[in-house]
Design a protein around this ligand. Structure first.
Ligand SMILES: NC(=O)c1ccc[n+]([C@@H]2O[C@H](COP(=O)([O-])OP(=O)(O)OC[C@H]3O[C@@H](n4cnc5c(N)ncnc54)[C@H](OP(=O)(O)O)[C@@H]3O)[C@@H](O)[C@H]2O)c1
Length: 326
């Protein structure tokens, strides 16, 4: 399987990366640690070599203790640390239903020490600013990243949910290797940043690439989740009564193409973005080994230019109300 270069670095990864968040955060009760470690090691055995986590991916275990996603990922990849590209993020704390943003240099310095410890490593391959902090200029954040690279604590850096202006300003101080923005067939508003990625040589890592699972067609109503208040999905607009109707329409449209390629609609949704631009890498997440395998195999599907165009033409006729939309 081909490997995709990250920005202008010497780091290469498989065309599909692994989102580790759901094992601890936003998908219901956290997966028990031992089981989560087995799942992540199985993913490595399948070929995944690009692991995505964050400082703020936490959840509450049934016994009241905290599940730290970084701890799980760190423990899981310990036997093959140097064979994978490890990404984590700073700058966000979950406070009830809102995010507290802090990208001050002092906070970043404290965060990286905590992340290195939890991840049981002495370097992070890609360190992301998780969200833009309106109180800190991009030049300041980029300046800290430059120092961390010089100190050997990180190899490269990225920005999540960035705007083009912020990216350009940050890039001028310390080259940005990747951005990690939301992107799926149902969330295409960031396509306007593609030319800047191309021009600057920045990789676009697509998070929530299956619209939080909606494009798999696996969920027919909110009742399909039902996993308590740690599951964010039932409140997402794509899973409202109206949202599910729209989702069904696009899933139905994809079914024929999926059949032709002996694939699932989830796989077609990933293959579509991989073929659209050679600098896009989706990072789907799942807590189920068979789904991880299915998602990874999307990197082997060949879609023609005409098929991509046919999908784009259909998407152009549709609007979606999807989580994270503006
Ligand atoms: N930078 C950011 O701000 C940000 C924000 C959100 C997410 N992320 C990253 O992006 C990763 C992926 O995003 P995401 O989890 O929000 O969305 P996603 O990958 O689009 O969808 C994941 C959801 O789909 C389900 N699923 C996965 N594979 C499936 C399949 N083959 N068939 C049917 N259902 C499937 C999963 O449930 P099961 O677990 O039950 O399979 C899960 O609910 C995260 O793990 C995280 O690393 C980053």
């Amino acid at each position: 399987m081909k490997q995709v270069r990250l920005g202008k670095t010497d780091m290469y990864v498989k065309p599909v990366g692994l989102g580790c968040m759901g094992l601890s955060h936003a998908s219901g009760t956290p997966t028990p640690k031992e089981e989560a470690i087995k799942i992540l090691r199985a993913a490595y055995e399948m070929g995944y070599n690009f692991f995505d986590t964050a400082e703020c991916y936490t959840g509450i275990n049934p016994d009241g203790s905290i599940s730290y996603n970084e701890e799980i990922v760190g423990e899981a990849i310990k036997p093959f640390r140097d064979k994978v590209i490890l990404c984590t993020k700073f700058g966000v704390t979950h406070k009830g239903d809102h995010l507290e943003l802090d990208s001050t240099p002092e906070k970043i310095r404290a965060s990286i020490e905590g992340s290195l410890k939890k991840l049981q490593t002495d370097y992070i391959d890609i360190y992301y600013q998780h969200r833009i902090d309106p109180n800190v200029e991009p030049e300041v954040v980029a300046g800290v990243m430059k120092e961390l690279i010089e100190e050997g604590k990180i190899k490269a850096w990225g920005i999540s949910e960035t705007t083009e202006e912020y990216l350009r300003r940050a890039h001028a101080v310390c080259p940005v290797t990747v951005i990690e923005n939301r992107y799926s067939m149902m969330a295409r508003w960031h396509e306007t940043i593609f030319p800047a990625c191309e021009e600057l040589g920045v990789t676009y890592v697509a998070f929530s690439p299956m619209a939080n699972g909606a494009l798999s067609g696996a969920y027919k109503s909110k009742a399909d989740f039902g996993n308590g208040d740690q599951d964010f999905r039932p409140n997402m607009p794509q899973y409202s009564e109206e949202g599910i109707k729209k989702t069904n329409e696009i899933v139905k449209f994809l079914e024929e193409l999926a059949k032709k390629h002996n694939a699932t609609t989830a796989q077609i949704s990933l293959a579509w973005m991989i073929h659209k631009k050679d600098f896009i890498i989706p990072i789907p997440g799942s807590r189920k080994v068979e789904r991880l395998q299915q998602n990874f195999n999307a990197g082997k599907i060949e879609l023609s230019k005409e098929e991509i165009q046919m999908i784009d033409d259909k998407l152009d006729t549709m609007t979606f109300d999807v989580f994270g939309g503006h």
